[in-house]
Design a protein around this ligand. Sequence first.
Ligand SMILES: [Zn+2]
Length: 241
Amino acid sequence: MRTVQEESFPNEVESIKDGKSFTRNSRLKQLSIECAERALRVRSRINAAEQLSTPSKNPMILDRNHHTVKLWIIAMHRTRHHTGVEATVNECRQHYCILRLRPVTRTLFPQCLHCRIRAAIPPHPRTGDLPACRLAHHQRPFTYTGVDYFRPLTVTVGRSQQKRYVAVFTCLTVRTIHLEIATSLSTDSVIMNLRRMKARRGQPAQIWSDNGTNLRGADNELRQAMDRATSSPSSLGQQAA
Ligand SMILES: [Zn+2]
């Protein structure tokens, strides 16, 4: 680092050796500099502190634009597990006094591949168009309905603890919801919930759901009932009666 100082501040080193003051254009003119242990050091006010070494009390002054100084700052950043700008600046200041340290540290960060990868934000994929049921304006709510179940809730019935599921019906257009309590996840329970929902909210034109076993079972059963009803008009009349 003494060699770095001689390359960065040749005029100042010569002035110190000759016992002269710095020139008016010197970058160190405004600082309190002294020569100790064959290096230019910043004079501080903590010389009375005991158990502190000279580099701690009077750190060497370095130029931020020197290549060795930049490598040393990057090394400090890496050995401190890729800390941020402020933490790296703090670590560096405990060893040397580097002119305008924070701006140069900030410019060195993009050179660290590890930090670039860590800070990278993955690009968001383009979202697809909404289906028509999400855009069905001027329709009664629940004309297009989505249905799903959520996990069992434990309820107290008498002295026993029993499970109850909740069926969530949601209008796909205006996103309002309708809740129904289900005693089980069976096909019969799904059909009963559908009947209760339709009685309150009206007949949906479409019902969307995931491929839950109970929902698939209810779908098959309703389709079979529809086929039986449409194949024989007499049975339809009996059911209507
Ligand atoms: Zn890094």
